[in-house]
Design a protein around this ligand. Structure first.
Ligand code: PMT
Length: 396
């Protein structure tokens, strides 16, 4: 669990140092313990007190400050780290690290650590493209140092180009993946999420309340654990999870086509999408006008994607969901068998704390043979982890 992990966050002297504050906040939200090391130049951009307050630990600034009488500061920090994260990393820091120069607390500690090192560069675009910088970066990559590549954009110096530090949320994702057990490495997980929309006319559609939160949490968790992840998502306000190959679709037929086109690549399929069971037989070309009488819309059945996958399963682990309002276990049990699933995650979507468009869920997990698991109320992130644990249990 990330709660037991320690990240040393190194902050060097660039304007992006202010973004390291947000990065620290995001890291803390995952439960990791963060200790901050700042270079002297970094303190010109952000006061150490900001990092001290948010990390809950004194900021480490000086090579010759001893944490306690028994411990040498930089060695103690280096040993304590499960991950060393440098954000922002200047060309100066990267040059020193690549060439074994250890003349301050940060460079000394990075040299002394055996933990993985993740570097988020931030610099002027001409510095970024300078062959000397490129050589230094390459040298570090060859030695196993990981990078979160900068993006192109408006730089603080006025230039437009590459060298802008990645967003804190992206850096945080990359850090979490390095801290997580890679127990899904080698697997390809195909996840569906969100609702589908079935258009009645150019302004109206049939849909449901799915936000995509459940499916996106599963996709994110699988990527963090080392899987290649393909997410087929209906319309959702959520940002595509970092590292995940996201395919956006609108209708159930589009979702079916996207899933079936990628099915052969997947070893694990998790179908958390709330697919509309019916669609209008025909879509009006222009807005249907209000009339005095009632309006009848003729509906026809959509393809049942999960049933199709169940028929073409071929050794894949297949996980379905069941959204019910009545007879949860009986209805979910029928779907488990009829769709040839390895497990089904059943939620009563009218129960407070469960179902659509919230951050928590309450589920029962049903397995062939009659076993039922009842994990109780939990965050969708934690539930995503639990589902993947169970999938791995079925594989082994
Ligand atoms: O997205 P959120 O806001 O986080 O909400 C999460 C959720 C409530 C959508 C999720 O927890 C959930 O229950 N997903 C399944 C919703 C659903 O469509 O359930 P169902 O019982 O109607 O379908 C059973 C299974 O068959 C599902 O895996 C579904 O993806 C699949 N199905 C259904 C119909 C269809 N035409 N094709 C399908 O593949």
């Amino acid at each position: 669990m990330l709660e037991a992990k320690t990240v040393i966050l190194g902050v060097t002297g660039g304007i992006a140092a202010y973004k390291a504050v947000e990065l620290l906040r995001l890291l803390k939200k995952t439960g990791v313990d963060v200790h901050v090391v700042m270079t002297k130049a970094a303190t010109e951009f952000v006061a150490p007190l900001t990092f001290q307050t948010l990390s809950g630990h004194p900021v480490n600034l000086d090579l010759f400050n001893l944490i306690s009488e028994q411990e040498i500061g930089h060695i103690s920090l280096a040993d304590r780290a499960d991950l060393f994260l440098i954000a922002p990393a200047t060309a100066n820091f990267i040059g020193k690290a690549a060439n074994g120069i250890a003349d301050d607390l940060l460079t000394t500690t990075v040299m002394a650590t055996r933990a993985p090192v993740l570097i988020a560069p931030a610099m002027n675009c001409n510095m970024f493209e300078n062959p000397i910088y490129r050589e230094n970066e390459q040298k570090l990559r060859q030695r196993g140092y990981r990078f979160v590549d900068p993006v192109t954009g408006q730089l603080a110096c006025g230039w437009e180009g590459s060298g802008k530090m990645q967003e804190p949320a992206v850096i945080c994702e990359a850090a979490i993946a390095l801290l997580s057990e890679q127990d899904l490495a080698g697997e390809t997980v195909l996840v569906t999420a969100g609702p589908t929309r079935e258009e009645i006319d150019p302004v109206r559609f049939i849909s449901n309340h799915s936000s995509g939160k459940m499916g996106y949490a599963i996709a994110r968790a699988a990527w963090r654990r080392g899987a290649r992840v393909i997410l087929v998502s209906g319309p959702s306000a959520l940002a595509p999870p970092y590292g995940v190959e996201t395919v956006l679709v609108t209708t159930a037929v589009e979702m079916r086509d996207a899933v079936m086109a990628r099915l052969d690549e997947a070893s694990i399929v998790v179908k958390s999408a709330a697919v509309a069971d019916y669609r209008p037989v025909s879509r009006a070309g222009s807005k249907v006008k209000k009339d005095t009488g009632a309006l009848c819309i003729e509906l026809e059945k959509n393809p049942d994607i999960l049933t199709e996958i169940g028929r073409a399963k071929q050794g894949k682990i297949l996980v379905g969901f069941a959204a019910e309002t009545d007879d949860l276990l009986a209805n979910a049990g029928k779907k488990l068998t009829a769709k040839n699933l390895d497990m089904i995650v059943a939620n009563n979507v009218s129960e407070p704390g469960a179902g659509f468009d919230i951050d928590t869920n309450i589920v029962r997990i049903l397995y062939p043979g009659g076993k039922i698991e009842e994990p109780g109320l939990m965050s969708k992130d934690d539930l995503a982890g639990l589902i993947l644990d169970r999938v791995l249990g079925l594989k082994n």
